[in-house]
Ligand binder design. Structure first.
Ligand code: DHB
Length: 398
């Protein structure tokens, strides 16, 4: 067997074909910048992995304005607000009224499908199912990606820039020497139990519910499939729960004097989602640039993960375009600081939503009542509602 790698030269090598990597590839290709994307998973694994379902207004515009596809507008659902529910009472936040924006319910796996289709349509070079991936020579002028392609051929890509968009467990961040990065990290004593259920929606918009029994989120997917979550122990065994137990637990957390009742149906998927907050600083090492989950992770409350990844990619693509257009590295040098501004705002928002909505096992009566005071401060104040609405629908892209 020929073990000599096949060498390919390009401008930008992209590690990871999730939404961040594919969007970066798409934007660079539109600017005439050659790039190759590699991915260890296959297309159908990514397509069928359940992730969050809310797109900020700016994320939707990135998809529609750059010619990815308008499917988000025809198959997604515009939501003009959410319900914040506590003490069994719902308080609607009307985003249009508060900040003149909406969000779209359109699951991340559909965003992936649209981006992958757009890259295929436009002749993009996206290689799924690669193995033995490495990034090397990151501090040199010719950083490289090495991998074995789906056909067994060893390949080495020589580039000017490598983008690490390979998620929270990817190889790129770990390729930065520990002495050259700061890992900012916190863990939480809870997780989410997520279900997909068949049946009609229980509510027209999302309900974020705080209760003495813990948090619940009532979300949707379409007319026939719904998505819901409830706070659970990180070690919870999803398989041990019967449908009846799951529905009773969810219902308990949304019970109230209005008699709100969940629409029960067959549960077709159950998973436990871990909770972490993490930021790698800086988001750069030599000619490696991290974007999305590969550089930072937020807990799911508020659905910032994908939106933050797309915002990073916008900043990074502009920096790369500027480099090729002018020869100046200024925007590349400023990428990490610029992206981190939004990252830390989103970290704060996700942490705040998480702390305000979840309960801790050892919670004192003081803490329980303080949280209710906090929820009340938000729900009964236009200023409080506006902060939440602005962060939830997404700060303007710079
Ligand atoms: C969904 C997930 C979230 O984390 C969130 O805050 C809102 C919606 C979802 O999967 O639908």
């Amino acid at each position: 067997m020929n073990t000599e790698p096949h060498i390919i030269t390009t401008q930008v090598g992209i590690v990871g074909a999730g939404p961040a990597g594919l969007m970066l590839s798409h934007l660079l290709a539109r600017a005439g910048i050659a790039n190759i994307v590699i991915e260890t998973r296959d297309h159908s694994t990514i397509q069928t992995t359940q992730r969050a379902g809310i797109l900020e207004a700016g994320s939707v515009r990135m998809l529609t304005d750059t010619g990815v596809d308008g499917r988000v507008l025809t198959h997604g659902h515009r939501h003009d607000g959410i319900d914040l529910r506590f003490n069994g009472v719902s308080h609607r936040l009307n985003f249009q009224d508060l900040v003149g924006e909406s969000v779209w319910l359109y699951p991340q796996n559909e965003v992936f499908v649209d981006l992958a289709a757009a890259r295929k349509r436009d002749g993009g070079d996206v290689r799924f199912s690669v193995t033995d991936t490495e990034v090397l020579d990151l501090e040199s002028g010719v950083p490289k990606m090495r991998f074995t392609d789906a056909g067994g051929q060893r390949v080495e890509v020589h580039a000017d820039i490598i983008a690490g968009t390979d998620g929270s467990r990817g190889i790129c961040k770990r390729a930065i020497p520990a002495t050259d990065r700061t890992d900012n990290f916190i863990s939480y004593p809870f997780a989410w139990f997520g279900i997909l259920t068949e049946g009609p929606p229980s509510a027209p918009e999302l309900i974020y519910a705080n209760s003495a029994h813990g948090f619940a989120l009532i979300s949707q997917r379409n007319e026939h499939v719904q998505r819901m979550y409830f706070q659970c122990d990180p070690e919870e065994d999803a398989g041990a729960w019967t449908e009846q137990q799951i529905w009773d637990e969810l219902q308990k957390r949304v019970d109230g004097p209005d008699g709100f009742t969940l629409q029960r149906g067959p549960i077709v998927e159950k998973t436990v989602l871990p909770f972490r907050s993490y930021v790698c600083e800086p988001l750069r090492h030599g000619n490696l640039f991290l974007a999305g989950d590969s550089g930072h992770t937020v807990p799911p409350t508020g659905a910032k993960g994908l939106n933050l990844a797309l915002a990073d990619v916008k900043v990074l693509s502009e920096a790369v375009e500027s480099f090729y257009g002018t020869g100046s590295r200024d925007l590349l040098d400023g990428y990490s600081a610029k992206a981190l501004e939004r990252v830390w705002k989103a970290q704060n928002f996700s942490y705040w939503m998480t702390s305000m909505l979840h309960s801790r096992e050892d919670q004192s009566s003081f803490e329980r009542k303080r949280i209710l005071g906090e929820l009340n401060s938000v729900a009964t104040s236009r200023y409080g509602q506006q902060y939440l609405a602005e962060a939830y629908t997404g700060w303007p892209h710079g």
